[in-house]
Write a protein that binds this ligand. Sequence first.
Ligand code: 6GU
Length: 245
Amino acid sequence: MIFDILTLFPEMFRSPLEESILGKAREEGKITINLFNIRDYAEGKHRVTDDYPYGGGKGMIMKPEPIMRGIEAILAGKPVARVILMTPQGDPLRQEVVRRLARHARLVIICGRYEGVDERVRAVVDEEISIGDYVLTGGELAALVVVDAVARMIPGVLGDEGASEDDSFSQGLLEYPQYTRPREFAGRTVPEVLLSGDHQAIEQWRREEALRRTWKRRPDLISRAGLSDEDQRILDKLKGSSGTD
Ligand code: 6GU
């Protein structure tokens, strides 16, 4: 999968994309990340990329021409790509959006800065994405979030365990509690069932804990989760008893 990122600050991407799982996925050629500096597509001695807003107001607006020239250069010859604009006005990123994006062979991601981009840039944008209801100084960190979330859905990127299937959200629920050694730490012990070797009991406990957590912390997710009759029964039981988690 190819990610082409159009930004005024390519350096913001280097280290996060070199480390750990993404670094390895790049080395192994499972993902390719190309960084393009919008300034390289700006004209004139000063290569200006922003200007004052028509109609007045505070802040600067990113000029359309450098971004459009950048997109044209990126798409030249290989036009099959999804063009995404990172903006707080976009669709909120959710796991289902991530899964859908991961089906594309190529994503072109435009990072907005300042107070926004000239509206005419939207003519070449297929979709706009936000990573949440708060404001960042620019789309770069948000684009990194998109690349990370999408890349880990690509087969082989997480290794052969296919761990992305079991995550929080992949089933519409938060993840169950996890433990590793030691068996007792700071006076707290690992739940007995996890030491029992009874795989069916463990699975049942995990499902119940996932449901409990989701119901307590993110009740908004429950209605969208698509629960089985068994899940619904567990949930009714949880609601009946006043749990403490
Ligand atoms: Cl994509 N950009 C900016 N500037 N702020 C954000 C965002 C994006 N998503 C959430 N906040």
